[in-house]
Design a protein around this ligand. Structure first.
Ligand SMILES: *Cc1c(COP(=O)(O)O)cnc(C)c1O
Length: 218
C-alpha cells in the first residue's frame, strides 16, 4: 500500500470519528526496512518516522537527517537505561517509557543535557508477562511520578495483545489518559490504526502497510 493511500485512510477515519483533519500523526515505522524504501518515503515528503532500536537508528538517521530537512524520529521499542543518553540525543520522542527506573534515568539525563524528548508512558493494557509497560492499575502512579520528575509527558502508549480485540485496549488507554489529563495517545499499527483513530489515537505507528513486509522480525 502506498503512503498516500494510508494517509487517505487516516483522513477517512478522522472524519468518521468526527475528529479534526490532521489531528492524527502518522509515525512511519521504518525499522528493518531497506534504506531505499525509507528514502522513497522521505522523497514523497513524509517526515515523521519510528524506530525500534537505538543502534539501528543511530546507523541510518544521521545521514537521512543530513539529506532531508525537518525529519522527526521517534523511539518505539524497549530502552535500556544504559542507552538512555544516546536515545535522548537521537530521538525527538520516546514512546516506550515503560518503568519508573527508566523515567528516573531520563530525568537525571534531562538535567544534564538541558533537553528532553517528548515522552509517552507505555501501559501493558493486556497485562502480558512478556510485554513492557506498567500495569493499568499502576498507570496513575507512574504518570504522577513522571510529572514529579518534571518530565515532558505527552501521553500514553500501548501495544494490545495480538489475539484480542484491540478496541478494548485502546478504550482502556484512552480512559487512563483522560483521567490523568493527558492528550497524547500512541496506539494503532498497520492492522488496526483506523480502530485506534476511532478511539482517539493521536499517533498511529504504521510500518508494514507503508513499507511492505519486514524481512526479519523487529
Ligand atoms: C513494529 C512496530 C510497529 C509497526 O508495526 P506494523 O504492524 O508493521 O505496522 C508499531 N509499533 C511498535 C511498537 C512496533 O514495534
Amino acid at each position: 500500500m502506498s503512503l498516500s493511500e494510508i494517509k487517505q485512510r487516516i483522513e477517512k477515519a478522522e472524519a468518521a470519528a468526527g475528529r479534526a483533519p490532521g489531528s492524527v500523526q502518522l509515525v512511519a515505522v521504518s525499522k528493518v526496512q531497506p534504506d531505499a524504501r525509507v528514502r522513497d518515503v522521505l522523497t514523497q515528503g513524509h517526515r515523521l518516522f519510528g524506530e525500534n532500536r537505538v543502534q539501528e537508528a543511530a546507523g541510518k538517521w544521521p545521514e537521512f537527517r543530513a539529506d532531508f530537512d525537518g525529519v522527526s524520529v521517534h523511539l518505539l521499542g524497549p530502552l535500556q537505561s544504559n542507552k538512555a543518553r544516546q536515545a535522548m540525543e537521537l530521538f525527538d520522542a520516546i514512546h516506550s517509557v515503560d518503568r519508573p527506573k527508566l523515567a528516573r534515568a531520563i530525568a537525571r539525563l534531562a538535567q544534564e543535557l538541558g533537553q528532553c524528548p517528548d515522552l509517552f508512558l507505555q501501559v501493558n493494557t493486556g497485562e502480558e508477562p512478556q510485554k513492557a509497560g506498567v500495569l493499568p492499575a499502576d498507570a496513575d502512579d507512574f504518570v504522577a511520578e513522571a510529572r514529579a520528575l518534571d518530565l515532558p509527558v505527552k501521553g500514553l502508549m500501548c501495544i494490545p495483545p495480538v489475539d484480542e480485540e484491540p478496541s478494548l485496549h485502546f478504550a482502556l488507554l484512552r480512559k487512563i489518559a483522560e483521567r490523568n489529563g493527558l492528550d497524547g495517545l500512541s496506539m494503532g499499527m498497520s492492522g488496526d490504526f483506523e480502530t485506534a483513530i476511532g478511539q482517539g489515537a493521536t499517533h498511529v505507528r504504521v510500518g508494514s502497510a507503508i513499507f511492505g513486509a519486514r524481512d526479519t522480525a523487529g
